[in-house]
Design a protein around this ligand. Structure first.
Ligand code: AMP
Length: 190
């Protein structure tokens, strides 16, 4: 089993690169943002609870997020490994993931950090919003999401750095060039 955390601010290219990684490495892509959006569009109980939070660009409470993520992992018993995209976003989430994987005799093998400048993020998300129409991609909500990233999520990095698991890659450039660098980092550990 090979488990990868893809890490970076909103607009770093986590979703785009995850799609390419799953094709090549046959991992299951688990994006907590996609899961929440699917709950919201299906109007589930969970969707109703988190709708406002997502619309505001705030983080969903850890307990809700962790339970949902673990459920999805359990729904994929045949998986050869996972890409965790947008999770963990807080240190308690990272601790919960470690404990959960350990219980399955597994672990996080690699944390890929996509390093992207704040100005590039803002430009990319403005472009994405034209296509995605995501309410939380508007300029005000985006600032909130960037705040949440630098306030809470960034602390996840030292947590994994202490475990010697982080590889940092430049997330600016051609999609295929970034992907090649990602493959290099994965192949070293795979
Ligand atoms: P994303 O698609 O990863 O940008 O996530 C969209 C939104 O979903 C975030 O702004 C949060 O409101 C929520 N979300 C996604 N993943 C998490 C997480 N791991 N912890 C808390 N909230 C999350």
């Amino acid at each position: 089993m090979f488990n990868l955390v893809i890490f970076g601010p909103p607009g770093a290219g986590k979703g785009t690169q995850s799609e390419k990684i799953i094709d090549k490495y046959k991992l299951v892509h688990l994006s907590t943002g996609d899961m929440f959006r699917s709950h919201i569009s299906n109007d589930t109980e969970l969707g109703k609870r988190v709708k406002e939070i997502l619309a505001d660009g705030r983080l969903v409470p850890d307990s809700i997020t962790i339970d949902m993520l673990e459920e999805e992992v359990k729904n994929n018993p045949e998986a050869e490994g996972f890409i965790f995209d947008g999770f963990p976003r807080t240190v308690p989430q990272a601790e919960a993931l470690d404990a959960f994987l350990e219980g399955k005799g597994s672990k996080v093998d690699l944390v890929l950090q996509l390093d992207v400048d704040q100005n590039v993020i803002k430009e990319r998300i403005a472009e994405r919003q034209k296509v995605s129409g995501r309410a939380d991609d508007d300029a005000v909500k985006l600032l909130k999401r960037i705040d949440e990233y630098f306030d809470k999520t960034i602390h996840v990095l030292p947590y994994y750095q202490e475990q010697g698991k982080v590889t940092t890659l430049n997330g600016v450039g051609k999609i295929d060039d970034i992907f090649e660098a990602i493959c290099g980092a994965i192949d070293e550990k795979h």
